[in-house]
Write a protein that binds this ligand. Structure first.
Ligand code: IPD
Length: 272
């Protein structure tokens, strides 16, 4: 870690302050009505005016509070580091679960993480409808509402409730659906809740046993991935690779190998 870099707890404090304001804005804009501002990768991959306004608010807040940091965001991409380049990069998803947001389904979140020299050290995920807020710092545990979180103790894949998600590209979805069709008879059930950051947070407190998804971007998993790993889940990809766009698996130690092996057999990281 850069010697002058702030401590993870300091970064978390800023992340929480910024994410709360961002969630308030997103909630208010939803109450005022929501419309699609544009589409991105496919016609179903929408961006609302709120996605843009909330990310802009986060960028402005971070520019004031941490002017030398850089930011990677879902809507505006990467910003250059400030003049002195602090080694800190923020990763923001202004509204994870945009389709839920569009439909008024109360399962979407602001996700904000801080990386120091490429390692995520602090993160917050806040459900903008319910106010539930998950936080973590590296080696400092994962927390919600003052309680330290521990993942599920399930050891049997056949009894496990597994969350997953689908990308926006139809060909990718077909592949993902085939994987799920093969997996679902071998687990308790599957949940597709619509917000990857929240899936990881739910896994962090055992409200699902495990989670996997292909195609996640850094902003979908940065904060939630730290929260999950600090709650005891192993967060990784296939064959010893780190979690990344090919596949994110988040599972308690006892479930990781059986889920990993099943997903490898099903070529969950393959396809388009
Ligand atoms: C999406 C959600 C969804 C996941 C997709 C993501 P967005 O993010 O997290 O649950 O399945 O892969 O792209 O577009 O709502 O920010």
């Amino acid at each position: 870690m850069t010697s002058s870099a702030p401590m993870p707890q300091e970064l978390l404090k800023i992340a929480i302050e910024v994410a709360r304001d961002a969630a308030d804005t997103a909630y208010r804009m939803r109450a005022e009505g929501v419309s699609v501002a544009a589409t991105k990768s496919t016609v179903t991959d929408v961006v609302t005016a709120a996605d843009r306004a909330v990310e802009r608010q986060v960028l402005d807040a971070l520019a004031t509070l941490r002017p030398d940091d850089s930011v990677l965001g879902e809507e505006y991409g990467g910003s250059a580091a400030g003049a002195s380049g602090s080694g800190v990069r923020w990763i923001v998803d202004p509204i994870d679960g945009t389709v839920n947001y569009l439909y008024g389904l109360p399962h979407c979140a602001v996700s904000l993480a801080a990386e120091v020299d490429g390692e995520v050290v602090a993160g917050v995920v806040r459900n903008l409808f319910t106010g539930e807020e998950w936080t973590a710092t590296v080696d400092g545990g994962a927390w919600r509402a003052g309680k330290r979180l521990r993942c599920s103790t399930e050891t049997d894949l056949g009894q496990a409730l597994i969350a997953t998600g689908f990308g926006y590209d139809p060909a990718r979805r077909s592949h993902q659906a085939r994987v799920v069709a093969e997996l679902i008879p071998q687990v308790r059930d599957i949940r597709r809740l619509g917000a990857a950051a929240l899936d990881l947070c739910l896994a962090a407190e055992g409200r699902v046993d495990a989670y996997f998804e292909k195609g996640l971007a850094a902003w979908d998993q940065a904060a939630g991935g730290l929260i999950a790993s600090e709650a005891g889940l192993r967060v990784a990809g296939l064959g010893g690779l780190p979690a990344g766009p090919d596949l994110v698996i988040a599972a308690p130690e006892a479930l990781f190998a059986p889920l990993h092996d099943r997903l490898a057999d099903l070529d969950a990281a393959g396809g388009p």
